[in-house]
Design a protein around this ligand. Structure first.
Ligand SMILES: *Cc1c(COP(=O)(O)O)cnc(C)c1O
Length: 359
């Protein structure tokens, strides 16, 4: 995480952008506290996230919110907690403005109608999208006389700036001089900043925008900050063959990293060697047949009690973890230099509490 934060600090210094941590990727309080001194605030997408962010920020940094899921009754509290809110629809924006007694800077989430993925499940610009106001509708509206800012977020795990350049070009083309009326522009998250070698296109873009329109620019990475910070440590608890292939059952499951199942992706594993002579299917403990991490190639056969480490799983893992099938949530450890300390342990009481009825 230190490396990721250092490369973001470098981007901020050279471009003049402000950095928010998108807490939905991992809202562990120890992580929020560790990130806080390195960012200008947090970005959130619900009432609970806003409350948590406000508690950690204690009045210091910015808190930006955008989500399709705001109920009118929550608006007074949300506007008290957040410094910036981007309405997801014109209807939601108008209700927010009416409820805004707190000087929250209110803007609009724009849907630039530019898709950068074939996977509709994470494409905010898919047909009939529920995310943001259509850029064409926005350009013909009279909203620019009162909105304070614009927000867009259109990519996931992008490793170059081409989508960002195209999106900003479209904004300039469709909205032109109207952009000068804004106080801020939020470019969203979705870029793996630390993995991008050449940051000049980003720096150039942000500088030019600031020059032309004199507004503040925000980015709100999640994955780029915590993705590489997380590891999942597992132990082999059974080994057998199935249809001739080696299966190792682990004391973890897709419960601890549901995206493996949701998106059918295979997490990276230390010890996997594309030339390895020992293929093994690593499977989770639950009764779900598809609770499988994937087939890996190792340099030695696995045995009972062997330890395995999946890497780069800090984002969207623990926050989605569940206790399906009655398997416990994972213990959480913090690695600090050479020190490793347990900071969280779940137990049967937590499971029981979840299913206990109030009355
Ligand atoms: C999820 C999300 C982010 C963070 O995305 P990452 O891929 O984790 O960088 C930022 N902004 C919005 C609006 C989001 O929905």
């Amino acid at each position: 995480m230190t490396t990721a934060l250092a490369s973001l600090a470098n981007l901020r210094e050279h471009s003049g952008c402000n950095i928010l941590y998108s807490i939905k990727s991992l809202p562990l309080i120890a992580v929020l506290e560790a990130i806080k001194p390195h960012v200008d605030g947090f970005s959130v997408s619900s009432l609970f996230e806003a409350r948590l962010a406000a508690e950690i920020q204690a009045g210091q940094g910015s808190i930006h919110l955008t989500t399709p899921g705001i109920i009118t009754e929550e608006m007074p509290e949300l506007t008290a907690l957040c410094t910036h809110i981007s309405g997801n629809s014109i209807n939601q924006y108008q209700r927010l403005v009416n409820a805004n007694l707190n000087n929250t800077s209110c803007g609009i989430r724009v849907n630039p109608k530019l898709s950068f993925t074939d996977d509709e499940r994470h494409d905010p610009c898919r047909g009939y999208s529920k995310l943001g106001v259509d850029i064409n509708e926005l350009s013909h509206s009279n909203l620019f006389s009162h909105i304070s800012g614009l927000h867009f977020h259109t990519v996931y795990a992008a490793t170059d700036y081409a989508p960002l350049l195209k999106t900003v070009e479209k904004l300039r083309h469709c909205l032109g001089d109207k952009l000068a009326a804004l106080d801020w522009l939020n470019l969203g998250g979705g870029y793996l900043f630390a993995d991008i070698q050449d940051n000049r296109p980003f720096i150039e873009l942000v500088r030019q925008l600031k020059d032309d329109f004199k507004f503040d620019i925000y980015i709100e990475p999640g994955n780029a900050i915590v993705g590489k910070a997380g590891y999942l440590l597992a132990t082999v608890i059974d080994c057998f063959k199935s249809d001739g292939k080696n299966i190792a059952i682990l004391d973890t499951s897709v419960n601890h990293h549901p995206q493996v199942f949701e998106y059918q992706c295979q997490p990276e594993l230390y010890g996997h060697d594309p030339e390895g002579a020992y293929p093994v299917i690593l499977a989770g403990s639950t009764c779900l047949a598809g609770d499988v991490f994937g087939e890996y190639l190792l340099n030695r056969p696995l045995q009972m009690g062997d330890r395995l480490v999946f890497k780069h799983i800090g984002a969207y893992s623990l926050v989605k973890a569940n206790r399906f099938n009655g398997y416990n949530l994972p213990d959480v450890y913090r690695i600090n230099g050479k020190q490793i300390n347990q900071i969280k342990h779940y137990d049967y009481q937590g499971y029981r509490q979840q299913w206990l009825c109030d009355t």
